[in-house]
Design a protein around this ligand. Sequence first.
Ligand SMILES: C[S@@+](CC[C@H](N)C(=O)[O-])C[C@H]1O[C@@H](n2cnc3c(N)ncnc32)[C@H](O)[C@@H]1O
Length: 245
Amino acid sequence: MSLEHTRKTYEKLGREDPFYAVLTAECFRNNRWDVEEFFATGETEVADVFGYLSRTAPVFNRDSALDFGCGVGRLTQALATRFDNVIGVDIAESMVEKARELNRHGPRVEYFANTVDHLRFLGDQSFDFVYSSITLQHVPPPANLRYLEEFLRVLRPGGVAVFQVPNGREFREGSLWQTLYKLRRQYLRRAWKIIRGKPAYEMHYIPRAIVEKTVGERGARLVAATSFGGGKPDANFRYCVVKTP
Ligand SMILES: C[S@@+](CC[C@H](N)C(=O)[O-])C[C@H]1O[C@@H](n2cnc3c(N)ncnc32)[C@H](O)[C@@H]1O
């Protein structure tokens, strides 16, 4: 599985059915999402995150935010009511084009396509807040971990990152168990989606222990890991991380 495969999948979905590609409820397939309703879901999610932050994180500046895996800007637009400047980054040019078309905040919000496994076009310590939702789960390793390292690099001291990523088992690299686990988790689930006529997203994970290690090694502190979505309690986490001031 490669980043290029992910890009192609979303590039196509972004052209054909961009809102459904982001929120895949069957009733909204074939461009049946109402734009206002769609963006209202982003407002609800971001309001929920800020409620979560008020319980978990220290107060931080509101100058700039990064929305990684922004899609058509569902969450980026909601972040723009809370930050002076927001940047949305997505792997698919089609998503970024749509996001620009739907931007309601003028030059305070910028969208960029980025197809490589790093964010070097963004400077060190340039954001107060980094957010990523239902995106890292589609990014194959090792790129998913590289992006996590990049979130910590671009965060200012005292800044906060909130990102969601499924948890998974940790195996010795190249072991038989790892191969079998990946086979079930990535390929069989994907095949099941194709059989049901769903978009063939890849699903990936980062073991929680690796998230914690990466955060600790990069001058940040994990302040919360909260169960996300409706599965098993330890299957998927929303992490809240503070960069050490
Ligand atoms: C399910 S959508 C979520 C969009 C947005 N976060 C939201 O919740 O509205 C996943 C998005 O992640 C983007 N994406 C997938 N891999 C990416 C990568 N390596 N870098 C940046 N964006 C990526 C896809 O193009 C897609 O727009």
